[in-house]
Write a protein that binds this ligand. Structure first.
Ligand code: PEP
Length: 256
């Protein structure tokens, strides 16, 4: 049985001090640390200090929320894999819908980013998901097929093992309206099926997370969806108490 993965996406929240305080508070929680994989994806400015605060303990992994695919050069405002790894970062979110929609990242861009991360030893949380309009027009499966296939076309089995997929319907992100268990089950099965077609026999090893308005009130119901291997959490991950509650719940449910 895979350990559940619970990833926090802090977006553009938390100063260095707030980030380190969160880590120190989380460390003291009585979580079942060996039974869950926690990834904290913080703003760039917090990564170095968080890396220091996490050093020596392996209780959570450090993640970034974005990267650029070049190693170095005249790319004002961008950040490379090497710079992230030097802070102790092991994971990076790629293809978040806010990057795709607000910052115009195409499938090609996000795949270049994923490729650069993976080839240089950074694991990837790769986000996919449909907009409300796409869902209402019956295009969900087509969108997921396109986004997942674009990623898989550049992976081999070894690189696939460094990837976690996050299914995040755009209409559920930050809206307080999570997808239903049936919608999640259906999309996760579809994604796993696409992986299985390309990589026969190993799709079951890939963790597929659900993201979109997960909180301490709905996490039990969402954890009970058998195809859910973990969560990517935005708003509710900002508070260490609520985040720890969600971690506890999914860990318990997946052990049952
Ligand atoms: C996210 O940003 O990835 C996300 C899932 O946000 P929220 O939990 O706030 O919907």
């Amino acid at each position: 049985m895979k350990k559940p993965v619970v990833a926090a996406n802090w977006k553009m929240y938390k100063t260095i001090e707030e980030s380190v305080n969160f880590v120190e508070k989380l460390k003291k929680k009585p979580l079942d640390w060996d039974e869950v994989h926690i990834i904290l994806c913080a703003p760039y400015t917090s990564l170095f200090e968080m890396g220091n605060s996490l050093r020596g303990g392996s209780f959570v992994s450090l993640g970034a929320q974005n990267l650029y695919w070049e190693q170095e050069g005249a790319f004002t405002g961008e950040i490379s894999v090497g710079m992230l790894k030097a802070c102790g970062v092991e994971w990076v979110i790629v293809g978040h819908s806010e990057r795709r929609t607000r910052f115009g990242e195409s499938d090609e861009d996000v795949c270049r980013k994923a490729d650069s991360a993976l080839q240089n030893g950074l694991s990837v949380i790769f986000c996919v998901g449909e907009s409300l309009e796409e869902r209402e027009n019956g295009k969900t499966s087509r969108v997921l097929q396109r986004q997942v296939t674009a990623l898989l076309s550049q992976l081999n089995e070894q690189l696939l093992r460094m990837v976690v997929i996050a299914y995040e319907p755009i209409w559920a992100i930050g809206t307080g309206l999570h997808a239903t268990s049936d919608q999640i089950e259906e999309s996760h099965r579809l994604i796993r099926g696409i992986i299985e077609e390309e990589f026969v026999g190993i799709s079951g090893e890939v963790s597929i997370l659900y993201g979109g308005s997960v909180n301490s009130g709905n996490c039990r119901e969402l954890s009970e969806v058998s195809e859910v291997n973990g969560f990517l959490i935005g708003g509710a991950s900002l508070d260490a108490d609520q985040f720890a509650e969600i971690v506890t719940t999914i860990t318990e449910v997946k052990k049952e």
